[in-house]
Design a protein around this ligand. Structure first.
Ligand code: F3S
Length: 406
């Protein structure tokens, strides 16, 4: 049973309006399911459930109704990708009808005080929680990054629960907000070399499938930069439900400690720990690849591309012309900071606010896609009905230049 403070009780009684009452009801129901004893404050939120492709008219109506009931966020809150590039949707060939509904979704969120950042990498766009900070994030890849790479604390929220937390400024205390639930229970020994973002995606896919919602503790990974971890975490959260992982020598809580130099008691490791040994990434590449030869769409930037990734792509496309459609999806903020002239002069499109999975790509006639992202390769067949080729960034860029997978 959750103990409510006076303020929380008044929110539940509707004294702060119908929109706040609805938010409290959602959070209270969630707290009851997970046996929370109290609410804790959250300092930020990231709200998913933005693309009209996923929301449909029912979701749009729900959001407009909630905004109309006076719901306003009380902590800094950012938004997940939408189904369109808000400024350039016509250039992508998206229909007026879809765009009009999508813009209404974003307007409803804006009325609630949410920044229309429309990115799954809020941590690259100014929403950066510190280690130990309690937040309410939805978007599984961002949740994984927040918990694991930044050391913040969030459960894997759904869109409505993250929004409810933003409106009330609190969340029930359960799951990954508590120390005892943040202990690793799956040791992963990496016995193969990881040379590309795609390799990290393939590893994430394999581990996610085995892990389900366990908490992996990686050893022997060697070097891993933030772009590699964002790709691995996204794939692990897609093929499984991993919301937190540790990488020995790299992620915050285990940066300077290792199983060799410290006892497990000093590390965030639980008592029941299985071990998974990864000697090859073959299973991941095999599962995420089809036999597609001609490539309609090459899609890079899942999760949304960082500045460094845009620089690399720019170098690879310098002086080249592409035959397939090539989208590089990123946040509008990263796009504004990048020099994208060389990318655009190749014929490629730097696309903000959306991505290859939540945009209505099937309506645009694309049947085959190449990507270097494990998460996009995992979802594109089921969410977009596309055949996928999954490989390195260089392979993807070459396939855009040649129009076929090579
Ligand atoms: Fe982001 Fe879309 Fe991938 S929301 S994590 S780019 S599927």
């Amino acid at each position: 049973m959750i103990d409510l403070t006076k303020e929380e009780q008044s929110m539940l009684d509707g004294e702060e309006g119908e929109g706040v009452r609805r938010a409290m009801e959602i959070l209270l129901a969630l707290g009851k399911i997970y046996d929370a004893e109290r609410f804790i404050p959250v300092s930020r939120a990231q709200v998913a459930g933005v693309s009209y492709k996923n929301l449909g008219d029912a979701g749009l109506g729900f959001l407009e109704d909630w905004a109309g009931k006076g719901a306003r966020v009380r902590v800094p809150t950012t938004l997940n990708p939408a189904g369109i590039d808000i400024e350039n949707w016509k250039k992508l060939g998206i229909s007026e009808e879809f765009a009009e509904k999508q813009i209404r979704v974003i307007e409803a969120y804006k009325r609630m005080g949410i920044q229309p950042s429309c990115t799954c990498t809020p941590y690259l766009a100014g929403n950066i929680p510190k280690q130990g900070e309690h937040v309410a994030w939805s978007e599984s890849s961002a949740v994984s990054y927040a918990n694991s790479v930044l050391g913040a604390r969030t459960n894997r929220e759904g869109g409505p629960s993250a929004l409810a937390a933003a409106i009330t400024g609190r969340t029930p205390e359960y799951g990954l907000h508590l120390d005892e639930n943040r202990k690793a229970n799956l040791l992963v020994d990496v016995g193969c070399e990881l040379k590309s973002i795609a390799d990290f995606g393939a590893l994430g896919y394999i581990v996610g499938k085995e892990a389900g919602n366990s908490i992996p503790y990686f050893r022997g990974m060697g070097k891993a930069d933030s772009d590699s971890l964002k790709s691995m975490g996204a794939a692990m959260a897609a093929s499984g439900a991993v919301a937190l992982y540790y990488v020995e020598g790299i992620t915050p809580e285990v940066k300077f400690n290792s199983l060799r130099s410290f006892s497990a008691a000093k590390l965030p490791i639980g008592t029941t720990t299985e071990t998974l040994t990864i000697e090859t990434l073959h299973e991941g590449y095999e599962a995420l690849n089809s036999n597609a030869a001609e490539i309609d769409l090459v899609a890079i930037g899942c999760p949304h591309a960082s500045l460094n990734e845009l620089k690399r792509i720019s170098r690879l496309l310098d002086g080249k012309k592409i035959k397939s459609e090539l989208w590089i999806t990123t946040s509008r903020r990263t796009m504004a900071a990048a020099d994208i002239k060389k990318i655009e002069s190749s014929g490629a499109k730097v696309v903000a606010d959306t991505c290859m999975i939540v945009a209505p790509v099937e309506e645009l006639g694309f049947k085959t896609m190449a990507t270097n992202a494990g998460k996009a390769a995992f979802y594109a067949p089921s969410h977009c009905g596309m055949k996928v080729r999954f490989g390195t960034l260089e392979q993807c860029i070459n396939s855009a230049i040649e129009g076929r997978w090579s």
